[in-house]
Design a protein. Structure first.
Length: 290
């Protein structure tokens, strides 16, 4: 019954995720790339979306962080980042909303500031070992499906800070935990699809991918993620990066430090300092990160 409830909730959140494109004035020339791609814009235009580790949970997560981006080509940015993660009446379905609330930048044509885009996603658990009653159930991996969208609310398209267009994405993530005495190792992978509108009725379609390794202790955790996406234009639209994150765990609070290095088509170093507050609003008896 709980799974039926989860999928019913999931279907409700599919409705607003459609992207409506205008009819082009003239037939677009697909041989010419648009340049509406992460290599040519600010770091928050369409960054590499944080991948899931294959688990939903029962915690309300409130996150606030400060970002600093050092561009490889003297394009520097600072912003305030916020995110909220909410269980949808069950730990098997979660809603996430996040955005760079406001940012300041310095680039080749001067300085400025502006608000960023809003991202909204839903995650649904579609496979979990606790659903099976057998001696070998612990070897069954966990799997989530995520569907999300990006608004077109980001400012200053004319200065190449944000795309003036919507985007949507969906992905599938799978992971498995390996307990070793006082620590737990977790490995996860994801694959998905990302689409964003460019110009004159065109859109760019991309394949998303990611691999992740985590080490978790009662009082701290470490995480490394490699990932990105590959668009069809092949012109600055295949960003790839590696992210490293270290966090402490103190009575529901999670202070953390994250570093991201752009390997390809994402010409930035990112340093993020943040704080997460976790609250088990469902009062679930089972541990959510298993």
């Amino acid at each position: 019954m709980h799974r039926l409830k989860v999928f019913s909730l999931y279907s409700l959140f599919l409705i607003p995720y459609s992207v409506k494109a205008e009819v082009p004035i003239e037939k677009p020339d697909l041989s010419q790339p648009t340049g509406i791609a992460p290599a040519f814009f600010g770091p928050n235009a369409l960054p590499i979306i944080d991948m899931s580790d294959g688990l939903t949970d029962n915690h309300l997560r409130l996150e606030l962080a400060a970002d600093g981006y050092i561009g490889f080509q003297n394009n520097n940015t600072a912003d305030i980042f916020a995110r909220v993660h909410v269980p949808l009446f069950t730990r098997w379905a979660n809603l996430s909303v996040w955005m760079p609330v406001y940012g300041w930048y310095k680039q080749y044509d001067g300085t400025g500031s502006g608000a960023g885009d809003v991202y909204i996603s839903t995650d649904v658990q579609v496979l979990h070992h606790s659903w099976f009653h057998s001696a070998n159930a612990g070897y069954i991996p966990q799997m989530t499906v995520r569907l999300g969208m990006k608004t077109a609310s980001g400012e200053q398209f004319e200065r190449r800070r944000h795309y003036d267009c919507p985007a949507y994405f969906f992905d599938l993530a799978m992971g498995q935990s390996i307990p070793i005495r006082a620590i737990t190792l977790r490995f996860a992978g994801s694959v998905g699809f990302l689409c964003w509108q460019t110009d004159n009725g065109r859109q760019n379609d991309a394949v998303m991918y990611g691999l992740q390794a985590q080490l978790r202790h009662e009082y701290f955790s470490l995480r490394a993620t490699w990932g990105g996406y590959v668009g069809w234009e092949r012109y600055g639209d295949a960003p790839m990066s590696i992210k490293a994150r270290a966090a402490g765990h103190i009575k529901g609070f999670e202070p953390y430090l994250q570093y991201q290095y752009g390997i390809k088509d994402y010409p930035f170093h990112q340093v993020r300092v943040g704080l997460v507050y976790n609250l088990d609003i469902l009062k679930s008896k089972d541990e959510s990160r298993k």
